[in-house]
Design a protein around this ligand. Structure first.
Ligand code: BTN
Length: 322
């Protein structure tokens, strides 16, 4: 009922009378008024004028599953979408749901995370209402060693969506950060539960800095947002819809098997290649030039002696980037 009132107000550029709403919906004027009251409580700005009715003036800047799903046609990612106001971590929530039997394709976004997680045990700062924080569940039929490529694929999907939606020159910092210039825009944390032979489920958690106008002293040289880069605010529902649509396309390609063309598109957007990188593995520092990425998603580094070394995890510092 509340949603029907909302969509009728959205479709009209003028006032819509309470009488008209109650006739079309077959409910009392008081019921219409109660819906208006609820919408106002949710942050919708609705003007009301005696004898003219109601007019929608401004929508709240809130994530809404309904708005994200509007016109979205997906087969793998976001088949079911939920938005939570507050959660410890959307990754944790997806893992809880997966353990309880949730289906592949479920996506959970949150306005705020009280315990947002980054890679290598770091914290992901999740300011309320500014970023887009979400996790989707996949139950791919594959061995655990192929999961790393899902994360690369997700990074590619987000990067492509940011480029398309904003026109920014977003790039991938291997394995799965998205950067604009030398600062980080997005991070991805993939977690999985598996037996030795087979994956049970994968939770792909993505955090994108969207409407942050500034960052703390500690982060300001390392992090950026779409607002900072484009100079204007972004409608998070529309943007998230674009990201999900791109992730769904990439998931389909991934599940069918990536071709050389997909891999070369990834490499074209990868800012790590042909740069000097440093990585610490097992207490040993590897330094060299990143020359390629294997089909399994490993980074190949040529060190000063000319040896080629595969790096498949851990932190890689890329010269010139945060
Ligand atoms: C990183 O760059 O270290 C990864 C950051 C991943 C952050 C996202 S926000 C949504 C999802 N929930 C979490 O707790 N983490 C991921």
């Amino acid at each position: 009922m509340k949603n029907t009132v909302l969509s009728m107000l959205e479709q009209s550029e003028d006032f819509v009378s309470g009488e008209y709403l109650s006739n079309v919906l077959g409910v009392s004027r008081t019921a219409v008024w109660k819906s208006i009251k609820k919408l106002r409580e949710e942050g919708y700005e609705i003007k009301s004028v005696t004898n003219r009715g109601y007019m929608l003036v401004k929508k709240p800047d809130l994530l809404s599953a309904e708005e994200i799903s509007d016109g979205l046609d997906v087969s793998f990612v976001g088949k079911q979408i939920e938005v939570l106001k507050t959660v410890d971590s959307t990754n944790n929530e997806i893992k809880r749901r997966a353990a309880a039997g949730a289906e592949s394709g479920l996506l959970i976004a949150a306005e705020r995370q009280t315990g947002g997680k980054g890679r290598i045990g770091r914290i992901w700062q999740s300011d309320e209402g500014k970023g887009v924080y979400f996790t989707f569940l996949l139950r791919p039929d594959m061995p655990p060693n192929e999961v790393a490529e899902i994360t690369l694929a997700a990074g590619y999907g987000v990067c492509a969506a940011v480029r398309e939606y904003t026109g920014l020159d977003a790039r991938i910092k291997w394995p799965n950060d998205i950067v604009v210039g030398s600062r980080k825009l997005c991070g991805i944390l993939t977690e999985m539960t598996a037996q030795i032979e087979k994956v049970e489920y994968v939770a792909v958690g993505i955090g994108i800095n969207v409407n942050h106008k500034e960052f703390s002293e500690e982060l300001k040289d390392k992090a950026t947002s779409l607002y900072i880069e484009t100079g204007h605010g972004i409608n998070r529902n529309d943007f998230l819809r674009a990201v999900i649509s791109e992730l769904d396309k990439v998931a389909e390609q991934f599940l069918k098997g990536f071709t050389e063309e997909h891999r070369s598109k990834f490499k074209e957007l990868c800012v790590t290649l042909n740069r000097k990188v440093t990585s610490v593995r097992g207490g040993k520092t590897i330094e060299g030039i990143a020359v390629d990425i294997t089909d399994e998603g490993d980074l190949i580094v040529r060190d000063s002696s000319g040896s080629l070394i595969n790096i498949n995890s851990g932190e890689v510092v890329v010269q010139g980037i945060y």
